[in-house]
Design a protein around this ligand. Structure first.
Ligand code: HEC
Length: 154
């Protein structure tokens, strides 16, 4: 029994220790502005396919999806800050197999509009600042840097 728990712990450590070169360990965006994030959400018409607390749409609003995807809450897909950022800039990264086929293209890619070439990094940071508090994500650790000192010229 104890060996079993030990094996589970080792597997968990290996899975979370970031051995993969694609690991999000150490990844953190600067502080964003949630108010501007809400504005970007409308500007980039995320409202075409999503509902989210804090954004209201007109009564005659038409969604591109038959069932718009609600954002926020405790999504099984988004449990960390990194996953939230990934789902915006690389939506095909993690598509649940249970997703109805109409949600993906024939080759299994996300139908989510790709705006990577027009979204600025600041806009992304603000979007994440707006969306993150709506998800129950694990708190993320900021990178720990040594204290750096600027060389002063006398
Ligand atoms: C054309 C439709 C469409 C548009 C426009 C769109 N999305 Fe999505 N989005 C989807 C679909 C479909 C999913 C769920 C499955 C997937 O990833 O393909 C999704 C998933 C997500 C998720 C993960 C949801 C979860 O809780 O698992 C986030 C976050 C998200 N979108 C953010 C955005 C943001 C921010 C914008 C605007 C910049 C946007 N989306 C625009 C279709 C869209």
């Amino acid at each position: 029994m104890r060996i079993k728990s030990l094996v589970i712990i080792i597997v968990l450590v290996l899975l979370t220790s970031g051995c993969s070169p694609n690991s999000s360990r150490g990844f953190s965006l600067p502080q964003g502005n949630p108010q501007l994030g809400a504005e970007n959400f409308e500007k980039y018409r995320c409202t075409d396919c999503h509902t989210v607390a804090g954004i209201t749409v007109n009564e005659d609003h038409t969604y591109l999806l038959v069932r718009p995807v609600p954002l926020g809450g405790s999504s099984g897909r988004i449990t960390t800050y990194g996953e939230l950022v990934t789902s915006i800039i690389n939506p095909s990264h993690k598509i649940t197999r249970r997703q109805p086929i109409s949600m993906t293209t024939e080759n299994g890619e996300s139908r989510m509009r790709n705006i990577n070439d027009i979204l600025t990094v600041t806009e992304l940071v603000d979007l994440v600042a707006f969306l993150q508090p709506k998800y129950k994500v694990e708190p993320y650790r900021t990178s720990e840097y040594r204290l750096y000192e600027l060389r002063t010229t006398e």
